[in-house]
Design a protein around this ligand. Structure first.
Ligand SMILES: Nc1ncnc2c1ncn2[C@@H]1O[C@H](COP(=O)(O)OP(=O)(O)OP(=O)(O)O)[C@@H](O)[C@H]1O
Ligand SMILES: [Mg+2]
Length: 253
């Protein structure tokens, strides 16, 4: 069993008066893929956004409780959310490359965080990130071309390269394959499995097949509650809670 990378205790999230996350407690392991599943509106994205303080950007959103990464309280006033987001990268549902070249999409983060001392080092980070994201072979001869000119699956791999270029420790992915075709999905899933060697990966997915394929741990959310959290095999073969059972057998959601 790996060490815990993230611990969340008594997490409540409100949008105005509406409580979207209700007293969630969870430990997320390092070098592991953790899947968040559950019906639409159950709070998966909301909880995921707590882990890199993306909810800070939503005015009416209020987060309570204690969330730590490597024991450090990420909501401590001395934590800079921009630095935190370099350490806890995020990939969204729709590929959202910057309107810049392929090279600059990947180089942007390392540049603003001062991770390269010179052009050669930056080139190296860009190449390494694109290789890890399984995009290097397709992109190496067109690094100056706009990122938006890539196919959807390539754009998503570019966004993954961009997210890993700052050497994050945690990678959050909110339905990263929902805009992709089956071939691109398979490539991204293979990539997620490789990324697990270096990072803790948390993925929100609507596809139970995907959760079963890529994750080792699965958390089932329902109406803002974390109903059940266990080994992925256990959740899909022998869940404890009747609500989990109903969801995985297709009766709710
Ligand atoms: N920006 C927001 N402002 C107000 N309410 C929000 C906001 N974002 C989410 N909510 C509410 O919080 C609850 C949880 O939403 P969330 O997006 O986290 O669910 P989800 O599980 O990710 O759903 P889906 O599977 O459809 O993406 C819902 O009731 C939703 O309406
Ligand atoms: Mg969502």
């Amino acid at each position: 069993m790996q060490d815990n990378k993230i611990t969340a205790r008594n997490v409540q999230v409100y949008y105005g008066d509406n409580q979207a996350i209700k007293d969630v407690n969870v430990d997320i392991a390092d070098k592991t893929v953790t899947a968040f599943i559950g019906p639409s509106g159950c709070g998966k994205s909301t909880f995921l956004r707590c882990l890199n303080r993306m909810n800070d950007t939503i005015d009416i959103c209020r987060v309570e409780g204690d969330i730590r990464i490597d024991g450090e309280d990420i909501y401590d006033p001395k934590v800079d959310p921009v630095q935190l987001r370099a350490k806890v990268g995020m990939v969204f549902q729709k590929p959202n490359p910057f309107p810049k070249s392929i090279y600059d999409n990947v180089a942007y983060g390392p540049k603003i965080h001062g991770l390269a001392r010179n052009k050669a080092e930056l080139d190296e980070i860009v190449e390494k990130s694109l290789r890890k994201a399984a995009l290097w072979n397709e992109a190496k001869d067109r690094l100056a071309a706009p990122g938006t000119g890539l196919s959807g699956g390539q754009q998503q791999r570019l966004c993954i390269a961009r997210a890993i270029a700052t050497s994050p420790e945690v990678l959050l992915m909110d339905e990263p394959c929902s805009a992709l075709d089956p071939i691109a999905t398979a490539q991204v899933e293979e990539l997620i499995d490789e990324l697990r060697q270096s990072f803790s990966v948390v993925i929100v997915t609507h596809s139970m097949q995907q959760a079963a394929r890529v994750s080792q741990k699965t958390a089932f959310f329902h109406l803002g509650n974390l109903v059940e959290y266990d080994e992925t095999d256990k959740i899909f073969t022998n869940p404890e809670d009747p609500r989990t059972e109903s969801y995985i057998s297709g009766r709710i959601g």
